[in-house]
Design a protein around this ligand. Structure first.
Ligand SMILES: O=C(O)c1ccc[n+]([C@@H]2O[C@H](COP(=O)([O-])O)[C@@H](O)[C@H]2O)c1
Ligand SMILES: Cc1cc2nc[nH]c2cc1C
Length: 348
């Protein structure tokens, strides 16, 4: 099967304004003051437009966590050593990480894929073994990966989503150093200033923050002059960001909502929307991470997060918490009685 990004981009359906209008009309007839459920009302209407169903449901949420390493981690840009990426994949496989617990709590299926961890992982580990390469190259010195590798990582994300049957796609990640990559990639895609996009990630000190900025400035200086998202992605990385964008594109094609997690996950949403502008309508923001770049990207994508809990873990954790909120918003739209049905007097 040949995998063409242009085909995917062209096959994403438009937001269904008719289904959204029907959902809006129903929301306004439910036995509550109009607008009293705040953001949950807009959310249910948006889900109707995304799915093309005026009474949508998300009974099979899938959490897709992609792991990969970043050559740039060698520049001292993270508070943790690079081997934590591989160690955390083992933790996911054994069920011991935060996202394992939260996935179980909300009854979501968790899929973990190695798309570029830099060490060999045991074959008997129950994860998707889809390594594109052993981590990205340090993009301050040369391209993170080839164009073919970037495309392959997007394709893997799309394939993993397609095989899942999920009706809501959470995209999460694990990759030491990836807040630096996400900031560089976001800067290259949006023109936003690196100094405004960087944050402390896993908890770097001021010197670490200065190293992040220096790395990004070096990386951007050697970026070819291009607005082609795939070119930018292959120059900067990362593999897990590419795979998350692949999930987002494939989900949008099937009218499945994409629930973003934190800064890195939202960078993947930004990338998907750069590849296929129609994909933007399918993105939902679950929470706001304290990474400064996250707020800027949410604004750029015109997304309002549901939660603001100071969470900065990644791995889909903030998004997992928002899944029950989405399901509650949809249950209300489907099952609350209308004024007419309940014999309650409507507003004058
Ligand atoms: O989701 C976020 O906003 C977020 C913010 C800070 C850190 N993280 C996680 O921490 C790792 C990246 O942090 P760092 O400091 O190594 O660049 C990576 O595994 C992410 O999942 C995630
Ligand atoms: C322990 C640990 C767990 C993580 N999960 C996602 N990013 C992470 C980064 C670290 C360091």
């Amino acid at each position: 099967m040949t995998f063409l990004l242009s085909d995917i981009a062209a096959s994403i359906p438009a937001f269904d304004v008719h289904a959204a209008r029907q959902a809006r009309e129903r929301q306004d007839r439910l036995t509550k003051p109009q607008g009293s459920l705040g953001q949950l009302e807009a959310l249910s209407i948006q889900l109707a437009g995304i799915t093309g169903n005026p009474l949508p449901r998300t009974d099979r949420p899938g959490i897709f966590v992609f792991a990969a390493d970043h050559g740039v981690a060698a520049r001292g840009v993270s508070a943790y050593p690079a081997e934590v990426t591989a160690q955390m994949v083992l933790n996911y496989a054994r069920g011991g990480a935060v996202i394992n617990v939260l996935a179980k709590q909300i009854g979501a299926e968790l899929t973990v894929a190695d798309v570029g961890v830099s060490s060999a992982l045991p074959d008997d580990l129950i994860i998707h073994h889809r390594k594109v390469r052993l981590g990205t190259a340090d993009w301050t010195e040369g391209p993170a990966m080839t164009r073919e590798e970037a495309l392959r990582a997007i394709q893997i994300g799309a394939e993993i989503f397609e095989a899942s049957g999920a009706d809501l796609a959470v995209i999460g990640e694990m990759g030491i150093g990836n807040t630096t990559t996400a900031a560089a990639l976001s800067a290259a895609l949006t023109g936003l200033a690196p100094a405004e996009l960087i944050g402390r990630g896993t908890g770097v000190d001021d010197a670490g923050l200065a190293r992040k900025l220096a790395a990004i400035e070096t990386g951007l200086a050697r970026l070819p002059k291009t607005s082609d998202p795939l070119e930018i992605l292959s120059a900067i990385g990362g593999l897990e960001i590419a795979a998350m964008a692949g999930v987002a594109l494939a989900a949008a094609r099937r009218r499945v909502p994409v629930l973003l997690d934190g800064f890195i996950s939202t960078t993947a949403g930004l990338l998907a929307a750069a590849i296929a502008p129609a994909a933007r309508e399918y993105l939902l923001a679950s929470h706001r991470s304290p990474e400064p770049g996250h707020t800027l990207l949410l604004r750029r994508l015109e997304l309002t997060p549901l939660l603001d809990l100071g969470m900065r873990l990644g791995e889909g954790s903030g998004a997992a918490l928002a899944v029950p909120l989405i399901q509650s918003a949809l249950a209300v739209l489907r099952d609350v009685a209308t004024f007419e049905q309940a014999g309650v007097s409507d507003r004058e």
